[in-house]
Design a protein around this ligand. Sequence first.
Ligand SMILES: [Zn+2]
Length: 150
Amino acid sequence: MKCSKAHKLISPYIDSELPESEMNALEGHIKDCFKCRKELEEGRELQNLLSMADIHKAPYGFNTRVMANLSPEKADKSSRFAVLAGLAEATAVIMVIAFGILSGSLVIKGAQPDRATDVIASLSLDVFDSAPPGSLGGVYLAMTEVRNEK
Ligand SMILES: [Zn+2]
């Protein structure tokens, strides 16, 4: 047997998955080949480590029991905190917007007192006409308005 063939058989050999003929052939090779014997030993060590890791596997239902034993007070507090944090964030955003509008109007008031009312008026949506007065749409709107008034 060549080392390349032995290399492929070592893992199934450790797992006892080889037919007896191949098992015997591999054992014969390993007796004479130091390199493959070492590989087999390393494979067995790895298998031992993995089987030890299996021992530490969490028992069935472990997760459910841990979650059930968590104190309900803690869970309640944390959810309340999340709501408060959300409220604080929303309040901060509103304050920033309000401060921006107020400071903007104050700055404009200070610089050009006569234009302050224009700026405040521009904050309302009435400024945005659906169509400018001189345009075709504006003429159409003016005609329909007159018709609606009749
Ligand atoms: Zn070999």
